[in-house]
Design a protein around this ligand. Structure first.
Ligand code: UDX
Length: 455
């Protein structure tokens, strides 16, 4: 099938590459000529396991093309996926300017039936705005063409996006109950048929419900995390091990184990933005989403948990203190630093006069870029970018773990003790067992794992 993908960001590129892998003829459009040049020369703008190979293989096979040509893009695919960014605007609502610009680009050039598929995470009612933008362009050209706008939200996790796309838990598709919508349903059904061979994974619904489903899913997951973080902070005070509680609670099939890990807060491009956007949608309709407001507040506070524990241990004035930081990206297997907890921790430590040595397996360059925006030049001068995890440890007062990269899971604790000034670990992702740390003679501060029975 001929497919156009508008936007070669994270979602667009993964979707385009994976649909080409299934044998489709995919044309990816982006207005950023530099990005298109990079992709055409075999480069990849993001770090995502397996993506480079899929892109290379399908480019070589002639099934995956990258271009800045809006007209060619509009003619290419009967399915036109919009996968551009929806960044938060000043009040936290999703900014639809790129989505609507993409829609106008299609409307300016289309001549025959098209299905426009919203892949970007967009608020309820966006499909209607997309439809109106396309219709306005057709009217301007006095052209008659039928089309349908469908919603097909993306549930990819960064760091596992290719795998998630190729083995989806579910595919959510919203189509209109009109003849054009029925045609859209037939096309999308055959596009996704390869995923439904063993069992049907597609959930068909109306367009608005599909748009809402994406926000509901992300808000639910963010809620679980903030809830566990709040319980973990209490666990620290009452001598409870949150990991034991997680297992006990997760064993209830009504609850399940996933997304119950306490830590130093959630980050990334989706949860913070989508929770805010859903709150804004509610506010536009005179409703306050009290739970989500708390989810956000708890997460903002949780990003300071490591800084607060360090201050409690070493005092408020950290001048002369030096810390080793392992992990900068908002989660493993990505170089994405958006809303990463490490940014809050670094600001907390550096603003109190500490110096740090940081290490991340892939996010070092991206961290340097974003930290320029966050910190003063005096603070930036107090960061050393270490060569490897063990180099970061030299002469530090403590090791602080922010991202749960696999490489940090089984370190050489004797080496850690030798390199640190004193054997202290603050673990924002609960990678180690407090008992093991105790036996190894390491002072260990996890999240919700202190096990100190209060006096
Ligand atoms: C998320 C959704 O999972 C995905 O379905 C959606 O399409 C986009 O948003 P992503 O942001 O890539 O994906 O990462 P995810 O693995 O969900 O983690 C988000 C954040 O939550 C990370 O900072 C992670 O460290 C944190 N997290 C996750 C926890 O703190 N505890 C958990 O139990 C799980």
């Amino acid at each position: 099938m001929k497919i156009t993908i508008i936007g070669t960001g994270y979602v667009g590129l993964v979707t385009g590459a994976c649909l080409a892998e299934l044998g489709n003829d995919v044309f990816c459009l982006d207005l950023d000529a530099k990005k298109i040049d990079l992709l055409n020369s075999g480069g990849i703008p993001i770090h995502e396991p397996g993506l480079e190979e899929v892109v290379a293989r399908n480019r070589a096979a002639g099934r995956l093309t990258f271009s800045t040509d809006v007209e060619a893009a509009a003619h290419h695919g009967v399915l036109q996926f919009i996968a551009v960014g929806t960044p938060p605007d000043e009040d936290g609502s999703a900014d639809l300017q790129y989505v609507l610009a993409a829609a106008r680009g299609i409307g300016r050039h289309m001549k025959e039936y098209k299905v426009i598929v919203d892949k970007s995470t967009v608020p309820v009612g966006t499909a209607e705005k997309v439809r109106a933008a396309i219709q306005a362009e057709l009217d301007l050209r006095a052209t008659y063409a039928t089309f349908s706008v469908a919603s097909n939200p993306e549930f990819l996790k960064e760091g596992a996006a290719v795998e998630d796309f190729m083995r989806p838990d579910r595919i959510v598709i919203g189509v209109d109950a009109t003849p054009e919508g029925e045609r859209a349903r037939d096309l999308l059904r055959s596009l996704y048929a390869p995923f439904n061979r063993n069992r049907e994974r597609t959930y068909w619904m109306d367009v608005r419900s599909a748009e809402f489903t994406k926000y509901a899913a992300n808000a639910m997951l963010a809620t679980r995390i903030s809830f566990m973080n709040e319980l973990a902070n209490l666990a620290d005070k009452v001598g409870v091990d949150i990991e034991a509680v997680r297992r006990g609670v997760g064993s209830d099939p009504r609850i399940g184990y996933s997304f119950l890990y306490a830590g130093c807060g959630y980050g990334g491009s989706c949860f913070p933005k989508d929770v805010q956007a859903l709150e804004r949608t509610a506010r536009h309709h005179d409703q306050e989403l009290l739970i989500l407001r708390a989810v956000e507040a708890v997460n903002d506070r949780q990003k300071h948990i490591l800084g607060n524990k360090i201050v409690k241990r070493f005092g408020n004035d950290l001048a002369g203190r030096h810390f080793a930081i392992w992990g900068l990206a908002f989660k493993p297997n990505t170089d994405d630093m958006r809303e990463a907890s490490a940014r809050v921790l670094l600001a907390d430590l550096l603003s109190r006069g500490a110096t740090v040595a940081v290490y991340d397996p892939v996010a070092m360059a991206e961290a340097q870029r974003v930290l320029q925006l966050d910190l003063t030049s005096a603070q930036l001068a107090n960061i050393r970018y270490a060569e490897n995890p063990s180099d970061a440890l030299v002469d530090a007062d403590a090791l602080v773990i922010v991202t749960e990269w696999k490489a940090f899971r089984s370190p050489d604790f004797e080496l850690i003790k030798k390199r640190l000034k004193q054997p202290v670990i603050f673990d924002g992702r609960n990678l180690y067992e407090p008992d093991t740390m105790f036996d190894a003679g390491i002072e260990y501060h996890g999240i919700g794992r202190s096990l100190q029975v209060p006096a």
